[in-house]
Design a protein around this ligand. Structure first.
Ligand code: P6P
Length: 335
């Protein structure tokens, strides 16, 4: 056992990427390098998240982001780290971040990719030591190489993503991503500063018995959502809602389940952002055999119009999403 524990499971991320190089678009390895740049920033953010309680970087930063949300200091720190890593890496010509109103030009106009990201989602949980996450979405640019990135680079639509993933800063730090060839998961070995392959070909169970939803908004939810939630209770499913999207999503990915963020009075279009939350997680879940809807429509089919637009999100095990849609369809038939 001693020997087993000393030997990290699987191969490193670098070796995995080299082996899969042939599967990446542009076998020249630019996307691979872009993933490495994201992972470098994630290692730095991981260290800061783990030390947050020891340093004066928890709590409010004293400013608001484009969403009018109180920025947490770690939000700002994470944003700076990812932007710096992508600027230095050279593969991304521009970045869209939840923390910034407009796109950030990296100065790498020769870069072939753009990255949309939420540097630290669920950051209000930082002060109470609940797991938080980074979510990223990668597109090949459509604007001419050598020119400044344009809005069109980011508004291509969910099905044009070439890669997407998240980092979960939890009891262990994990990287989960897809390049359109299935979902792969790496676990961070702190003592070695490396991510090691822990699951290849991740598939979400088609059925589950966990629903994740803020039932405090019960009376604001559409009738068909309440009908589905009552169905979950009649089937004695477990309610599990961490209040941190990446943490709820990751648990459901491995155990089976459904996460719901329906429209509410405060957020009539849902709370979650389409470009750097719903799209990347929807790409991942479809690659894992699950489903992601914004209502009757698949998340990935929503036409994007604005960098920070929101969308309702119903995402997880395919049969659970189908049961939810059946409630929507039944209600529509009665109206
Ligand atoms: P509510 C965190 O702010 C977040 O964006 C997700 O991580 C989380 O699932 C959701 O919002 C929680 O929102 O309205 O239930 O507190």
């Amino acid at each position: 056992l001693e020997n087993t524990l000393a030997t990290p499971v699987g191969i490193t991320l670098d070796r995995y990427i080299m082996r899969k190089q042939a599967e990446f678009p542009f076998a020249t390895g630019e996307l691979s390098q872009l993933l490495r740049d994201i992972v470098l920033a994630a290692k730095i953010v991981n260290r800061e998240v783990n030390r947050a309680g020891l340093m004066d970087i928890t709590g409010n930063y004293g400013a608001q982001n484009v969403q009018g949300e109180q920025q947490q200091k770690l939000d700002v720190v994470a944003n700076i780290r990812f932007i710096r890593a992508l600027k230095n890496g050279g593969e991304a010509c521009a970045i869209l971040s939840e923390e910034d109103d407009d796109i950030i030009h990296t100065g790498n106009d020769q870069g072939r990719y753009v990255v949309a990201m939420d540097p630290l989602d669920g950051s209000s949980n930082i002060d109470v030591n609940v797991s938080i996450g980074t979510i990223f979405s990668i597109y090949r640019r459509v604007s001419p190489i050598g020119s400044k990135s344009t809005k069109e680079d980011f508004l291509q639509g969910g099905r044009k993503q070439v890669a997407a993933g998240y980092i979960l800063y939890g009891s262990s730090t994990m990287l989960v991503y897809t390049t359109g060839h299935g979902v792969v998961c790496f676990t961070y070995e702190h003592s070695l500063g490396e991510f090691f392959l822990s699951h290849d070909g991740v598939e979400i169970p088609k059925q589950g018995a966990i629903f994740s939803c803020n039932e405090g908004n019960w009376f604001e939810y559409p009738e068909w959502v309440r009908t589905y939630l009552l169905q979950c209770k009649q089937r004695s499913y477990s309610g599990r809602y961490i209040g941190s999207l990446v943490a709820d999503y990751h648990r459901n990915l491995f155990k089976g389940g459904i996460y719901l963020y329906p429209p509410t009075a405060k957020n009539p279009n849902g709370k979650l952002r389409l470009l750097y939350e719903a799209y990347p997680l929807a790409f991942l879940i479809e690659q894992a055999g699950g489903k992601a809807l914004a209502g009757a429509e698949a998340v990935l089919d929503i036409e994007p119009t604005d960098y920070h637009q929101r969308a309702p999100l119903f995402i997880g095990s395919s049969e659970m999403v189908d049961d939810l849609v059946a409630c929507l369809t039944a209600e529509a038939a009665q109206s």
